[in-house]
Design a protein around this ligand. Structure first.
Ligand code: HC0
Length: 581
């Protein structure tokens, strides 16, 4: 600990924190802008400038570590003037069309102006680069709105390790983007959208699909089916002022019905289905391994499209490790246009499937040629929030609604897909029971070592006794790993490439923490909010009567009436795919 003085208050603070952190610990708020909690220092905007006695110039509070005896002033005339000038210079190169901007009243730059007390725009002149990159299905970059805070650069490089966004050029020509001025579709962007979650203005956002969906909802003769991802219910409420971690499953279903969707389905149904297909695929591979046959292990989950794009870009020689399962929402789309279309007597051409996802990469996923138009549009959680507001729906006062049958029935195992480790836990709940004929012997069915928000987790299961079909597994230990965030994914892939991976099964999600912090979730997402959303996901699971995918009666009926058996002919035709280099 060290002793410092801020604004004449004597404080004791840890010796390894910055002035910004020390001040915050004691309730002293220093305006800041480019700072991203929990990651490397950035220091590009200098809005957090403070006076430090003995220093020749103002210091950036986010970049300067405290020292014993330091005396800091955060609110002097000099400091306030400096902040104002910095802000006004940033504003001089920013469009003034706030009223029609998508981030109006949700813009951190606008809020900062209020805090600093800037009410006019004294500097007029040339504007730097005016370019909009909208040549990909997921993310729109509007360089005219970029304020060069470089939060996206930090996210892309240090958190995700993708490394495609950087400062380019110098001086007035500086812009943030891929090198040589490429658009995102020309380089190895994973479309994870994490950059859109930290952008303080409207320079980075998801590609808007709202108007396409409105058009279909108003089109005569269209059957518009909607499905919602596991993580959306744990975050949508934030768009309507609920505290992070508030579950709004029932209100979300009611709002979707009011918006005019004809069938309100749940991606969770297809998450249960994924466990049956993926679980059996894993058992098939493991059986071969136990019998010393050639097989690609570890098997890796394939439901996160940002992750799929990453492995294709960076480790294409490892594609055989991916499960052949399509992601759950694609499975549901495929079933909606086959099994369900037949059941309700509607031509699949007249069915339009919309997925509400916490993810920007899902917008890209539906355009992949392997996916055969299973899903027609993806809206992010943020976009759904906007649509509900546009329609004048009083979300907070809605009576809880319900999903429709049969694709609205799901188990707790599907709920936990929304957080890192959830797909693996759901798979273990089923696979363990198939192998041993007994329920997973863990408290509350949870596989503790793979719970929580650590970016890499691992666990193992010893198979002491197995059923007759799986006798060969007795005495074996199954090793699993879970990674979230692409930097962590890279570490596990490197192990495979080096031939030292100890695992049989790996879950990978592109976004840190999994889908709860997807690129399309409400802003902001930080460590505290992530934790709250994760707890909500586990609450949803624990509140369910059925908590294992193989107990879902609607899934059992689907196999009986339509699919036949897991990994059967129909499943391969509709629910599986393969990725090629
Ligand atoms: Fe996810 Fe999914 S769990 S990727 O994280 O598997 O986006 O929530 O919808 O499809 O189910 C995201 C979340 C999904 C899919 C599911 C998977």
């Amino acid at each position: 600990m060290v002793k410092i003085t801020i604004n004449n208050k004597q404080l004791e603070v840890p010796s390894d924190v910055t002035i910004l952190q020390a001040a915050k610990m004691h309730g002293i708020l220093i305006p800041n802008f480019c700072f991203l909690e929990g990651v490397h220092k950035n220091g590009s905007c200098r809005i957090c400038s403070v006076e430090v006695e003995g220093a020749k110039s103002l210091q950036a509070a986010c970049m300067t570590n405290v020292t014993d005896g330091m005396v800091v002033h955060t609110n002097t005339k000099k400091v306030r003037q400096a902040r104002k000038i910095i802000y006004e210079l940033m504003l001089s190169n920013h469009p003034k069309d706030c009223l029609s901007c998508d981030r109006n009243r949700h813009c951190e730059f606008q809020e900062l102006g209020e805090v600093i007390g800037v009410s006019e725009n004294p500097y007029e002149g040339d504007m730097s680069i005016q370019y909009v990159d909208d040549n990909n299905p997921s993310i729109v970059r509007d360089l005219s709105k970029c304020v060069l805070c470089r939060r996206c650069v930090t996210m892309c490089n240090e958190v995700q390790g993708v490394g495609i966004l950087n400062n380019q050029n110098r001086g007035f020509d500086t812009f943030v983007g891929p090198s040589e001025g490429f658009d995102l579709d020309g380089i190895n962007c994973s479309y994870c959208g994490q950059c859109t979650t930290v952008c303080p203005v409207d320079a980075l956002s998801e590609r808007d699909s709202i108007n396409d969906v409105w058009r279909m909802l108003h089109e005569e003769g269209k059957r518009v089916i909607v499905q919602t991802a596991p993580a959306v219910r744990a975050a949508l409420g934030e768009e309507f002022g609920y505290a992070p971690g508030t579950l709004v499953t029932g209100k979300m279903a009611a709002a979707l019905r009011e918006l005019g969707f004809h069938d309100i389905f749940d991606t969770n149904f297809a998450a249960d289905l994924t466990i049956i297909e993926e679980g059996n695929e894993f058992l098939q591979r493991l059986t071969k391994a136990v019998q010393h046959e050639e097989v690609s292990l570890p098997m890796i989950t394939s439901c996160s499209p940002g992750w799929i794009k990453y492995i294709e870009n960076r480790f294409p020689e490892q594609l055989d490790h991916l499960s052949s399962c399509k992601s759950p929402h694609m499975m549901l789309g495929a079933l909606a246009k086959s099994f369900y279309a037949e059941k309700i007597g509607v031509d699949p051409k007249d069915i339009y499937v919309v997925s509400i996802m916490p993810c920007t990469a899902k917008k890209y996923e539906i355009t992949r040629p392997e996916m055969k138009d299973d899903v027609d549009a993806v809206l992010t959680t943020r976009e759904l929030g906007k649509m509900i507001k546009e329609a004048g729906i009083d979300f907070r006062n809605l009576e809880d609604g319900e999903f429709d049958k049969p694709f609205g029935i799901s188990t707790g195992a599907a709920d936990i897909f929304g957080t890192t480790g959830g797909v693996m836990e759901a798979a273990i709940r089923t696979v363990f029971e198939i192998i041993t004929g007994t329920e997973l012997p863990f408290e509350n069915l949870h596989v503790k070592p793979i719970m929580g928000l650590s970016s890499i987790k691992e666990g193992e299961l010893f198979i002491e006794k197995a059923t007759d079909d799986y006798k060969a597994f007795e005495g074996q230990t199954v090793k699993v790993a879970v990674a979230s965030g692409l930097t962590s994914a890279r570490l596990l892939l490197q192990q495979i490439e080096d031939g030292v991976s100890p695992y049989h099964f790996i879950e990978i999600m592109a976004c840190p923490g999994g889908c709860i912090s997807g690129g399309g979730q409400p802003r902001p997402t930080n460590a505290e909010i992530r934790e709250k959303r994760m707890e909500a996901i586990y609450r949803e699971d624990e509140g369910k009567e059925l908590r294992k995918s193989h107990d879902n009666p609607a899934i059992l009926k689907l196999y009986e009436d339509f699919l036949g058996e897991p990994l059967g002919h129909k499943s391969h035709e509709l629910l599986h795919t393969h990725y090629v280099k």
